[in-house]
Write a protein that binds this ligand. Structure first.
Ligand SMILES: *[C@@H]1O[C@H](CO)[C@@H](O)[C@H](O)[C@H]1NC(C)=O
Ligand SMILES: *[C@@H]1O[C@H](CO)[C@@H](O)[C@H](O)[C@H]1NC(C)=O
Ligand SMILES: *[C@@H]1O[C@H](CO)[C@@H](O)[C@H](O)[C@H]1NC(C)=O
Length: 349
């Protein structure tokens, strides 16, 4: 593992690309980290139920060279250890816990979160073992008093994880084989590059800081800082006139927006935990991973600023998949078998 060489590099990113493309067309402003991404042809015809999903990659799927780089993937049952950094309401925690518990809830009404996870399970390691079916909640840690302040850097995030696994009382278990560490920051916490370039990212901890190599992800609640970027489409940026936000399925714009980012990061952690397994692009320090390839796509015909075909519930809230007791809006992920983005709510499945 050449982890030293990644120390100062960018982990995998997560930002609604659709939004950036809108920004591009409106303001001719785009961050260099986004500009080169292999994004599909945006002239998708969403009304075509047969070819809608695949057509959007017409002419571009040969441009997506997703490759396996021989590293491990998460084939063992995944236990998600959550660190709640800052101020979290019970109701907010419940939404996120129920989303994570839905990954393995095979009895949820289709299209379900568990069916969404099936696309991730199509990825294997060198031995041909698939990503695990089982994703469960593990021990949690509250960091209510902002142990490392209200402004975190990429490196201080690792110190927060270190504090959680070395705490005097109820430390999180060290579980390098099965554990996935999810750091969630409340709406009043600023994280380096949050909003400008990322809504979340994943990487692994450095033994020199944490004492172990643990796969982790960070996702922030954007409600107060940039909901129009990171909780899109439940909030929209002011500079796009006439664009109306969709109603969030669990009534919390920031948290409902985090759900898709959490799904994005867990899917990428599972397929690329040490950043040497499944990714596209030539540069391992800047991998394009299975969820990056499908950012902004939640349904058939999605691409550009269009989310794709979604479902509206009786209260007018918008979602695409069912979980335990709740509904969620979660982006699709790249399916390497068919070479396009897929999700269980596709109209052509
Ligand atoms: C989209 O496809 C439908 C039928 O496949 C067609 O009737 C319609 O004109 C197309 N719309 C655009 C904008 O191409
Ligand atoms: C495991 O991955 C292979 C290769 O993508 C796929 O054909 C198979 O259906 C997957 N198995 C499961 C249980 O998802
Ligand atoms: C993995 O989880 C499944 C349930 O999803 C369980 O049946 C199995 O025993 C677990 N395997 C291990 C090694 O813990």
């Amino acid at each position: 593992m050449r982890q030293g060489s990644y120390a100062c590099r960018f982990p995998a990113l997560s930002v609604p690309v659709a939004l950036y493309l809108t920004v591009l067309s409106l303001l001719l402003l785009i961050t260099p980290s986004i500009a080169w991404r292999p994004w599909p042809n945006h002239q998708t015809n969403g009304s075509d139920p047969i070819y809608g999903a695949s057509k959007k990659y017409e002419g571009s799927s040969e441009f997506v060279h997703l490759k396996y780089h021989m590293g491990p993937v998460l084939t063992a049952n995944i236990t998600v250890h959550t660190i709640w950094y800052g101020t979290w309401a019970k109701a907010q925690k419940k939404i996120i816990r129920e989303f994570i518990s839905s990954f393995s809830a095979v009895n949820s009404k289709p299209p379900s979160v568990a069916q969404w996870w099936k696309t991730v399970r199509l990825y294997t390691d060198q031995t041909g073992a698939n990503i695990t079916r089982s994703v469960v909640l593990g021990a949690e840690k509250n960091d209510r008093f902002y142990s490392h302040g209200k402004s975190l850097t990429r490196l201080s995030i690792q110190s927060v994880i270190k504090s959680a696994v070395t705490a005097n009382t109820k430390p999180l278990p060290i579980n390098a084989q099965n554990g996935l560490y999810l750091l969630l920051t409340s709406a009043d916490v600023y994280v380096q590059d949050f909003c400008g370039q990322v809504c979340g990212f994943h990487y692994f901890t450095f033994p020199s800081i944490v004492g172990y190599t643990l796969p982790y992800a960070w996702v922030g609640n954007s409600a107060k800082q940039c909901p129009g970027v990171c909780a899109y489409p439940f909030a929209v940026p002011d500079y796009i006139p006439g664009l109306k936000p969709l109603k969030a399925p669990n009534g919390d714009v920031g948290v409902d927006g985090m759900i898709s980012v959490i799904g994005h990061e867990i899917a990428e952690l599972a397929t690329n935990p040490l950043v040497n397994a499944w990714y596209a692009g030539q540069d391992p320090s800047f991998p394009v991973e299975i969820a990056d390839l499908c950012e902004g796509i939640y349904g058939t015909g999605g691409g550009g600023s269009y989310t794709g075909q979604l479902t509206e519930d009786g209260d007018g809230a918008t979602y695409n998949i069912n979980g335990i007791r709740r509904r969620f809006l979660v982006q699709w992920v790249w399916n390497h078998v068919v070479s396009y983005c897929t999700g269980p709510n596709a109209l052509d499945q």
